[in-house]
Every structure is written in C-alpha cells, then in structure tokens.
Design a protein. Sequence first.
Length: 161
Amino acid sequence: MSKKIKINTEFEVFDYINDLQKEDKDLLLLAKKAMENAYAPYSNFFVGAALLMENGVIVTGNNQENAAYPSGLCAERVAIYHASSQHPDVKIKAIAVTARTDSKVLNTPVSPCGSCRQSMSEYEVKFKTPIKIIMMGQEGPVYISASISNLLPLTFTSESL
C-alpha cells in the first residue's frame, strides 16, 4: 500500500527592494552590481550573486559562460566556491541572487538552478546552519527563503552515500 506525503515551502515576499531590511537590501544591491560583470555572450542571461558570511565578509559572483556550454559556471557557485576557498571555516549566512536578460524584463524572482541548490545545500549541511536566500528579477517582488531546504526539500547529502 502506498501513501502520499506533502512537502510545503514558505517564503517571505516583499513587493519592492526598498521594503527589505537594510542588510538584505544591501546584499541584493551588491548582487545587482555583480550581475553587470557577468560573462553571458551566448545566453544573454546575466546573473549576479552576493554572499554574506558570518564574519561580515561579502563575496560576489556572476555567471561565466563558455562556448563549451557545460564548462560555464553559475553566479551562485562562483560566489560559494570562492568563499569556501578563501574562508573554509566560516559559515554562510545569506546569498542574494538577481538576473536580467536582454530579451525581456524579468519581473519575477529568479531562483537558483538545481546544481546551485545542491551546492548551497552542501554548505548548509556542513555548517549545520540555514542559509537565507534572497531572490529577485530585474524589478518587482523579492522572495526570501529562510533555508535552502525550502528550494531543495529532498536533499542529497553525505548521509545518502
């Protein structure tokens, strides 16, 4: 006999970036700034990320494309891997993500891809601390998740190995 389970997620929704707490707004503005340096000549989809560490250090990243598509890397992983390489024992408190494209105005929040979700999950599990995720498009509402588990509820961890 089978049964069903229901998984719920919860997000805080803000209508405008100016409605955010200062720390979250500042992080999102740094993500927007990082987005402008993205290398996206193939997709024209520019993504920026800004990561706040427990020690107050902020690390930014942006997507880096490559003609051999699988060789590129998303903004979130650029920031996370840089942070981990420079500050391996420091917890990640939050990451802000935003994007723009040349083909239309993105007025809904852009969420991390599956690979980025799994990568963020690794650090949430490693430090046993939730990572806040702040998501926005070019304009419009901002979604905040208190943890990566809201975006990736059935996480693959080292316990699965």
